[in-house]
Write a protein that binds this ligand. Structure first.
Ligand code: SF4
Length: 493
């Protein structure tokens, strides 16, 4: 039995200066970890996946990969960089087959290397296996340790590899082995597993990470977000249910389970920030949900002002909602420069401040002499909020009132979102009044948990917390998070 990992030649090992949540980052915003896209039964699987992954680019900009099968052989390509940088026409044409799984990845800088780029590809007893995932397996270090103790040799630092080892060591057929393996994992995850003759699609028992199914003619498509279906002209069918496992092969699609569904806990930050506004989650359009957040925010914490502006891009919908509810005009007081891309150097403090202006500008002629309501989605360390408030003041805002369309972010995420340590989250150690002073705002308010649930169409009377995970706000994690006394948060993709 072999579970050898195939690593392409010419590994790229350079370090990115990462604009994620590291202490030296320009923006201390949260980072989504990954996006997955799968195709079954379409002759242009590689091209469809390219467009699908491109639509999911916001979920991970550091590497992209695609594995295609024609039912007999795997063809795959992975690389560091954006989807459009990793693939060109010739590469896509070489990826022949009617089924595929693809992946875009964001990682912390230490993990940013090609060996961890997905899909991970393995050879095992029954043939080839490719794995793509979005999320984090909380008990992966313990499983990995046990596997290593009994002889497994891991080829990557990605915890995603544990599922391949668990499957490879099972004596059962592939579907049963995958069921057993998935059943051993604790955490938030959406998996795509491809063999030469099967595609398996699975969502964790709480449905923490989004995963949806679409149709395009006779083909089945799977995506972290529905916006990717629009791009390829597919129709959204339904979300993958918590604990569900779909098996696709020559006999069609079979709906199975690897675990009983538990408390539904879809990540609230997908609604607030991560997913694109043209995606639907749980049947609701994200732009509409964010507008409702803004409207409810206005009802909860009205402030008299001359203009409302949103921090682009994720807070624009909520700012429009706040403006509609209050009658205060919505204005483009902040503009994002979309073309700065990643930075490969570690800037000095002075240049870092300049870097904020490279990415975001306040519009003097719109803001000068105005009392501004600034809508943003979250405050992590507080440094970004302070910089943006100061940008508005520098161009002449007379007052800046900050309204955040989430409750205070106090706890790290264990389910695939890159967050700083708890001690670095400003809301974990300062009061709202203290944060307000720290970010140099005239007033600061956060959306209530009840307001958030109402805005996304959740119902607390029929579903616990409206079917949301809100652990980063209230410390109520849907799963165990400590194994062997070691808490492992972030992403294991
Ligand atoms: S802890 Fe927060 S970021 Fe993580 S899954 Fe739950 S809601 Fe999402």
């Amino acid at each position: 039995m072999s579970d050898e990992l195939i690593i392409p030649q010419g590994l790229w090992t350079g370090d990115y200066y990462n604009e994620g949540t590291g202490k030296d980052d320009i923006f201390d915003t949260l980072k989504e970890e990954c996006g997955v896209f799968g195709v079954f039964n379409h002759p242009e699987a590689a091209s469809l996946s390219y467009y699908g992954l491109h639509a999911l680019q916001h979920r991970g900009e550091e590497s992209a990969g695609l594995c295609v099968s024609d039912g007999e052989d795997f063809n795959y390509h992975r690389g560091m960089g954006l989807v459009k940088e990793v693939f060109d026409r010739d590469k896509l044409l070489s990826l022949k087959g009617d089924r595929s799984i693809g992946h875009v990845r964001y990682s912390t800088s230490g993990d940013s290397r090609l060996a961890n780029a997905q899909p991970l590809i393995f050879k095992y007893r029954d043939g080839d296996l490719a794995v793509a995932t979005n999320g984090n397996i909380v008990n992966a270090p313990r499983i990995r340790h046990e596997l290593e103790q009994s002889g497994s040799i891991f080829q990557t630092t990605s915890d995603t590899e544990v599922i391949a080892h668990l499957i490879a060591r099972s004596s059962k057929d592939f579907v049963e082995a995958a069921k057993d393996a998935l059943g051993q994992l604790v955490g938030g995850f959406a998996f795509l597993l491809l063999t030469n003759d099967k595609l398996i699609v699975a969502s964790d028992p709480h449905g923490l990470r989004p995963l949806t199914m679409g149709r395009l003619g006779d083909a089945y498509l799977f995506s972290s977000e529905t916006c990717a279906f629009e791009v390829v002209g597919a129709e959204m069918v339904r979300d993958i249910q918590p604990g569900e496992m779909l098996v696709l092969d020559k006999d069609g699609l079979r709906e199975e389970r690897f675990a009983a569904p538990q408390r539904k806990a879809l990540c609230a930050m997908e609604y607030i920030y991560f997913s694109r506004p043209d995606s639907d989650l749980n049947g609701s359009n994200l732009h509409s949900s964010r507008k409702r957040m803004g409207k409810i925010m206005a009802q909860e914490s009205f402030v008299d002002a001359d203009i409302v502006t949103g921090v682009p891009d994720s807070s624009i919908s909520a700012a429009i909602g706040y403006a509609e509810q209050t009658g205060i005009p919505y204005e483009l007081g902040l503009i994002k420069n979309k073309y700065t891309g990643r930075t490969f150097i570690q800037p000095s403090q002075e240049l870092r401040e300049q870097g904020v202006k490279m990415k975001l500008s306040a519009v003097r002629r719109v803001v000068e002499g105005k009392r501004v309501v600034m809508i943003d989605d979250s405050i992590v360390r507080g440094t970004t909020s302070r910089r943006i408030v100061n940008l508005l003041r520098e161009v002449g805002a007379t007052e800046v009132h900050v309204r955040i369309t989430s409750p205070p972010f106090k706890n790290p995420c264990f389910y695939g979102i890159d967050t700083p340590d708890r001690g670095d989250l400003i809301a974990s150690y300062k009061t709202i009044e203290e944060i307000c002073r720290e970010i140099n705002a005239d007033s600061l308010q956060f959306l209530s948990p009840e307001g958030l649930i109402q805005a996304v169409g959740g119902d607390s009377s029929s579903e616990y917390k409206g079917g949301l995970c809100m652990a980063c706000f209230d410390n109520d994690y849907p799963t165990r998070t400590d194994f062997d006394g070691e808490e492992k948060f972030g992403c294991s993709c």
